[in-house]
Design a protein around this ligand. Structure first.
Ligand SMILES: *Cc1c(COP(=O)(O)O)cnc(C)c1O
Length: 389
């Protein structure tokens, strides 16, 4: 184990916290009942466990338990939200607004709807990754049925102004969906204060299991209609049929409970680690932060680096640290990420880029080790070759 690289890719996924795993285990074996079985204790205890998790999730976002629809993750939640609204509000209009830096699980359903005849406006972002609210307002029309803007970006960690977007949508009676896969448990989320109508969640970015997520669907003021995308036994108020995956749901609830309870102290710790990392990396020349310097997730650092071949950097980092690195240079055919492209720094697109996702189990020692290795790697790459990018 000691030779395994240090994991700094927490936007991709996170390990399950042992407290979460321990909560899940009984529901694989002795408490295996179907939560929909109403005639015996096996069903009742599963149903009670699902109810508890639903309550935790609802409390975490200031919603009611009936407004939580369990799904297989945020991808499915986004699909259900976007296609579900498109179908249910077809008579009102066929215009949807989203943003260039959204996750593919939002952009691709929108693309699909476009092929079905819907009109999609994809808003650009500023250099810092934030949307322009005035520009958003100008795109909203009488036939706009949905605005989908993510809470926290998975590459650059940027936090969009949900409060202002929500207020604008509510005034214009347009449904507001937010993909909060990276945000749940990491920043405060209040569907009432933020005027959110639909919110996609997932467990595995917050030390819960993979394969479980949820869609928050507003029931009151206003009641949001949603066309089911998966039909069957009528589970989850008919919006998402299929036997509930009890152990995963229990783990999801536990993961969010822990994350919310520890959010403030953990964010301070993560921010210190990130600043410690940046303080060391910024001694290098030609290194830049991508995305807004403050309005971002505490554990996120995304950098671009000039004069280094992205593929070579990735190779050099791999034995020591697990990060996501994009690239860039004309000498390899790895395209720059569309999120970085959307920031519009055309000169930086030729640079190598690295996303650090610092998480719960990372330590100061790890950060220092990574920083040292990173700096050594970059310096040796720069001196070894005169890469022209
Ligand atoms: C990870 C992620 C998703 C996909 O979530 P899954 O639960 O893996 O389907 C969607 N949106 C964002 C912003 C993400 O970070």
């Amino acid at each position: 184990m000691s030779s395994r690289p240090i994991y700094l890719d927490c936007h991709a996924t996170t390990p399950i916290d042992e407290r979460v795993l321990n909560a899940m285990i009984p529901y694989f074996t002795e408490k295996f009942g179907n939560a929909a079985s109403i005639s015996h204790i096996y069903g009742w205890e599963s149903e009670a466990a699902v109810k508890q998790a639903r309550d935790i999730l609802a409390t975490a976002i200031n919603a009611n338990p009936e407004e939580i629809v369990f799904t297989s993750g945020a991808t499915e939640a986004n699909n259900l939200a976007i296609k579900g609204v498109a179908e249910a509000y077809f008579a009102k209009g066929q215009h949807i607004v989203t943003v260039a830096t959204e996750h593919k699980a939002v952009l691709d359903p929108c693309e699909y709807l476009k092929s079905m005849g819907f009109e999609i406006t994809v808003l650009p972002v500023n250099h810092d990754g934030l949307i322009d609210l005035e520009q958003l307002e100008k795109t909203l029309r009488h036939d706009t049925i949905l605005v989908s803007v993510m809470a926290a970006n998975n590459e650059i960690g940027v936090l969009q102004p949900l409060d202002k977007i929500g207020k604008m949508c509510r005034q214009k009676e347009i449904i507001f969906h937010t993909d909060a896969a990276q945000a749940i448990g990491k920043i405060p989320l209040d569907v009432e204060a933020l005027n959110i109508d639909l919110m996609s969640l997932t467990a595995h970015k917050v030390y819960g299991p993979k394969g479980i997520g949820a869609l928050y669907v507003r029931r009151r003021n206003p009641r949001i209609k949603l066309a089911a995308q998966q039909h069957g036994g009528g589970h989850e108020r008919g919006m998402r049929s299929g036997t509930l995956y009890t152990p995963q749901i229990v783990g999801f609830g536990k993961a969010v409970e822990i994350a919310v309870a520890e959010q403030e102290t953990e964010n301070l710790r993560l921010q210190e680690l990130r600043e410690r990392l940046w303080k060391q990396l910024s001694t290098l020349e030609g290194i830049y932060i991508n995305g807004h310097p403050q309005k971002r997730l505490a554990g996120n650092l995304n950098i671009s680096l000039e004069g280094v071949d992205g593929a070579a950097l990735s190779l050099g980092l791999q034995p020591m640290v697990a990060v996501s690195s994009g690239s860039a240079c004309s000498s390899n055919n790895v395209a720059p990420s569309y999120v970085l492209t959307a920031l519009g720094h055309s000169e930086k697109l030729a640079y190598a880029s690295v996303r650090f996702g610092i998480g719960r189990f990372n330590t100061v020692e790890e950060i220092d080790k990574v920083a040292e290795h990173f700096i050594t790697t970059v310096k040796s790459l720069r001196s070894a070759s005169a890469v022209s990018c």
